[in-house]
Write a protein that binds this ligand. Sequence first.
Ligand SMILES: Nc1ncnc2c1ncn2[C@@H]1O[C@H](COP(=O)(O)OP(=O)(O)O)[C@@H](O)[C@H]1O
Ligand SMILES: [Mg+2]
Length: 286
Amino acid sequence: MKPILFDIDHLSHCYADGTIALRNLSLTIKQGKKIALLGNNGAGKSTLFLHLNGILQPTNGTIRFKGKEVAYDRKSLLSLRKQVGIVFQDPDSQLFSASVIQDISFGPQNLGLLKEEVLRKVEWAMEQTETTRFRDKPTHFLSLGQKKRVAIAGVLAMDPEVIILDEPTAGLDSYFSKQIMKVLDHIQKQGKTIILSTHDVNLAYQWADEIIVMHDGEILCHGDPVTVFERDKLIKKAHLDKPWVMETFQTLVQEKFLASSQTIPQSKEELFQKIRYSIEKIPYSS
Ligand SMILES: Nc1ncnc2c1ncn2[C@@H]1O[C@H](COP(=O)(O)OP(=O)(O)O)[C@@H](O)[C@H]1O
Ligand SMILES: [Mg+2]
């Protein structure tokens, strides 16, 4: 059993204007997992994330990190934020230095690391996000996708234990989306915990160990991708589509092109393999 990192108990959040963004939400997050948070606009994903590194405080309920209730004094917050890095949805709220390299260096510099260590982490983070070639460029001249990659590099360079990313692939083209997901996989294999929100059900289905579905400030369901997406009614309620791999597989089973006794594939490679196997077994006749 992996240790529990976050233990969220009956968390509610009400913004100053009276909007209730989180309603009595309970959730545990284990170490070393790849977790995708899904939910339509306004479901409360960003609000939940902002609680996980202490930017927002609960109106009600508690959040424990590694067994200790999150405290909001300067020292406790500093320690929490060293361990839990967050990449905001909007990179403009993250980037503030004159140049790309200054921006990415800011976090690790503030951790009190040696200069060479800072440089090593920054170079690595730039390589991973392919931002090295505009290292000296002013951040405000970058495109949205480039800014997002720089914001991700800034958090990677701090090397936190938990990386939270609010819609990291929104605004990125397919090449860079895949590239970012590859980087996240690589980091998770080193023992880090990755929590991201996304609108991309296909990405979440193939990538995640666990999926959390939010709707109107509540958690509708939390489980492995196949179990979550098998719940048709719930997926509809959350205004989500079914991942195409699962939908294609289920249609092929329904139309008796594939046997129903098989496990549901989680990637296109697995689906293609099942189709190939099924075709090879059926002798061609006509
Ligand atoms: N600063 C704020 N003040 C008031 N209401 C807010 C604020 N930020 C978000 N909200 C509201 O809280 C709800 C949840 O928003 P959010 O967490 O941003 O959802 P998501 O990230 O899932 O789109 C929405 O109804 C949104 O309008
Ligand atoms: Mg959001």
